[in-house]
Design a protein around this ligand. Sequence first.
Ligand SMILES: Cc1cc2nc3c(=O)[nH]c(=O)nc-3n(C[C@H](O)[C@H](O)[C@H](O)COP(=O)(O)OP(=O)(O)OC[C@H]3O[C@@H](n4cnc5c(N)ncnc54)[C@H](O)[C@@H]3O)c2cc1C
Length: 292
Amino acid sequence: MAPFEFVVPTTLPEAIALLDPDDPGVRPVGGATAVMLMMKAGVLQLTRMVSLRRLEAAHSEVSVGADGQLQIGGFATLSSLEHSPVVQEGWPVLTRTFKTLSNIRVRNVATLGGNLAHGDPHMDMPPVLSALNASVVLTGPAGERTVKVEDLYTGYYETVVKRDELITRIVVPPQGRQHAAYMKVTTRAAHDWPALGVAVVLDMAGDSVNGASLIVGAATDRPTRLTDAEAMLRGEALTDELLRAAGDSAARQLDIVGDAHGSAAYKKQLLRVYLGRAIRKAIAASDSKEHA
Ligand SMILES: Cc1cc2nc3c(=O)[nH]c(=O)nc-3n(C[C@H](O)[C@H](O)[C@H](O)COP(=O)(O)OP(=O)(O)OC[C@H]3O[C@@H](n4cnc5c(N)ncnc54)[C@H](O)[C@@H]3O)c2cc1C
């Protein structure tokens, strides 16, 4: 590995000043779990690594605002979020998903900001947070701007985050009484990278679907909304026949890409089957006390 400069700023303005909009070799790192893998593989060479580990604690905290929205500091570790009573209380779908990300050693240092900024379409949090209509606050030299998680990704490992911007906050609207689930389909251990990820958020009126938010990960170059299946569910009762039709329509809508976790044909079949299962899982989860 070629030598590089390693800097550990202690304030946010200092960290932003150390980034460089013109140099792709200057990178911020949260846990560095993704960056180090790329460096060891020889696909990324840094001139400067800007560690975010020693920044003000406020940027790693979790709270609920007066408007009921969850506010997560961009540098919060995945394990701190997995064990957060605030997240468990109001957003149980997030708690359940954090537990399936990688292993405890990675979760202890990896950050939510890093998970969202990396742009790998196999990441589990972008589909879930997109389905929940979450946003990120990006902070750069010109100040703050807010972007929906769903709009962060422009392609394979490509995002709208500028080189001198940091994800400093994630804002999640209340899950409330919405029924939500994330189905991570792996071909090896349960916490391994997904071959397919399906995030479901349902707003129900009795037995009928008022609104559905359905996002797929790990099957396309970026997390993708299943607009056809969403329209198909709206105003309908969730019968087995409808779920099968929604799965077929999702498989038709997406231009699925194969990878080391499965061929395009395999993932298409997974989507056909698992969309309905994820919807049933969301309904079942809402029956439990944790969602009441
Ligand atoms: C063995 C292993 C298995 C894994 N399995 C899974 C899995 O099943 N599911 C899953 O979702 N993830 C998985 N991961 C990925 C892991 O969740 C990510 O590596 C992690 O979330 C990235 O966080 P980090 O803080 O370490 O990011 P870093 O490696 O520090 O950074 C990743 C990227 O984001 C940028 N960045 C970091 N923080 C910020 C910020 N605040 N603002 C702007 N840009 C930033 C960096 O410059 C870099 O481009 C796995 C990782 C490993 C090593």
